[in-house]
Design a protein around this ligand. Structure first.
Ligand SMILES: Cc1cc2nc3c(=O)[nH]c(=O)nc-3n(C[C@H](O)[C@H](O)[C@H](O)COP(=O)(O)OP(=O)(O)OC[C@H]3O[C@@H](n4cnc5c(N)ncnc54)[C@H](O)[C@@H]3O)c2cc1C
Length: 378
């Protein structure tokens, strides 16, 4: 095919775009991927690859090398009064610098035969054809993987939906030996700090808050005595990087021959740690659907499956953001988890897809509800 001609044009070469390109190539499609930047592309992120994300990547034939990051065994939630931990039942998570993850995915896509147009400005003006660096492009299917402010989404008329939450995040790396083998979520009055071990002498700290000033790293860390003490004197080794995290539910992610993946197709707040996993799952689903039919039928299958991929992470985001907004609820939930860690363990298992939600609702939700109403039971 010609330089600007392909079966599938993927706009956006972040984790979702790259994994979609890989999945499509594996099913034989000719794929051209365009991005304004060049690898490795950095982005503010908690840098925790959850076990379910690792399994999704394994389905794409990508094994993340442990030697490039640091494995973590579970999740710890804590505030100034309570602390509770749960471990992943089978696979471990992996803390990995975003740039390392991006380069690994880009290398894998190159090996799979994806054609790239890096450093390419993609123009998507409603009513006009898409151009790459001002040149026309021919494709059968267009995939918008261009992140949360997706222009392809607007171009295709797919912006309708509900913005359920919007928060500010900052990320910074410290040179310090990790003191924990979990991802720690420290709850503070103005937001949360997530600590992810990413090598034997580095950690990533992501701060997320409803207000921009609340998310400024040092302020949030200073408000959490445990973190303030641990990080005192530790060298900051990267420039602070910020981003907005949203929970966005779109009415549709498909129109005509256009499909959206990754953050372009909706999102769940960063606190879920599921942003990457959702993108990888959508990549596999879209490639499978288009393999069955490179047209409307395939895209309708994708639309249906996409909704079920988003359901649970978005529900979890809403619950966790209630805790963010209501201090009394947060105190009671954390106290209840701390006094009965099995509940927290089950919730984690549900979150990473190891247990059905039904099991939690039937067995543990009633007791948890009672504990929240009558905290003296905790
Ligand atoms: C503070 C924070 C912490 C997070 N922590 C985690 C975590 O620990 N674990 C997790 O799984 N998820 C986490 N997430 C979410 C995760 O980072 C996102 O879900 C993920 O980056 C989405 O990937 P994507 O490929 O859809 O979009 P992006 O990574 O945003 O990639 C979009 C790409 O499109 C390109 N692009 C955009 N417009 C154009 C254009 N017009 N022309 C050409 N190229 C274009 C951009 O250059 C970019 O490369 C976090 C998010 C935030 C904000």
């Amino acid at each position: 095919m010609g330089k600007n001609e392909c079966d599938v044009l993927v706009v956006g070469g972040g984790p979702a775009g790259l994994s979609t390109a890989i999945a499509l190539r594996q099913r034989g499609a000719d794929v051209l991927l365009a991005d304004a930047l060049t690898p490795p592309i950095d982005k503010a992120c908690g840098e925790g690859i959850m076990p379910d994300s690792r399994s999704d990547l394994a389905r794409l034939g990508i094994e993340l090398p442990e030697s490039r990051g640091a494995e973590f065994r579970g999740i710890r939630f804590c505030d100034s009064r309570s602390s509770v931990s749960a471990v992943f039942p089978s696979t471990r998570g992996l803390g990995l610098r975003r740039t390392v993850l991006h380069q690994l995915l880009a290398d894998h896509a190159a090996d799979a035969g994806v054609r790239f147009a890096w450093k390419t400005s993609v123009k998507a003006v409603p009513g006009q054809p898409i151009t790459l660096n001002g040149e026309p492009v021919r494709y059968k299917i267009l995939v918008g993987a261009d992140g949360q402010s997706s222009r392809i989404r607007t171009w295709a008329g797919l912006d309708q939906g509900s913005l359920l939450s919007r928060r500010f995040g900052f990320r910074v790396h410290y040179r310090i030996a990790p003191w924990t083998s979990s991802v720690e979520v420290h709850w503070a009055p103005t937001g949360q700090a997530y600590v992810t071990p990413i090598s034997e002498n580095e950690i990533c700290v992501a701060m997320v808050s409803r207000s921009l000033s609340g998310a400024r790293s040092r302020d949030l860390i200073e408000s959490i005595p445990e973190l303030r003490n641990r990080l005192r004197g530790a060298e900051i080794i990267t420039r602070e990087r910020g981003a907005i995290t949203t929970t966005l539910r779109l009415r549709r992610v498909v129109r005509g021959n256009v499909a959206l993946v990754g953050d372009a197709s909706g999102s769940a707040d960063a606190i879920t740690g599921e942003g990457l996993a959702m993108g990888f799952r959508q990549a596999i689903l879209l490639a499978d659907a288009l393999h069955l039919s490179m047209g409307n039928e395939g895209l309708s299958l994708y639309q249906r499956g996409h909704a079920s991929i988003m359901r649970q992470p978005q529900a979890m985001a809403r619950i966790l953001l209630l805790m963010d907004r209501w201090p009394l609820l947060r105190d009671r939930v954390l106290c209840a988890f701390a006094s009965d860690p099995a509940v927290f363990q089950t919730l984690l298992n549900v979150h990473i897809g190891e247990k059905p939600l039904r099991q939690f609702l039937l067995r543990q939700a009633p007791t948890l509800g009672l504990r929240l109403l009558l905290p003296s039971l905790a």
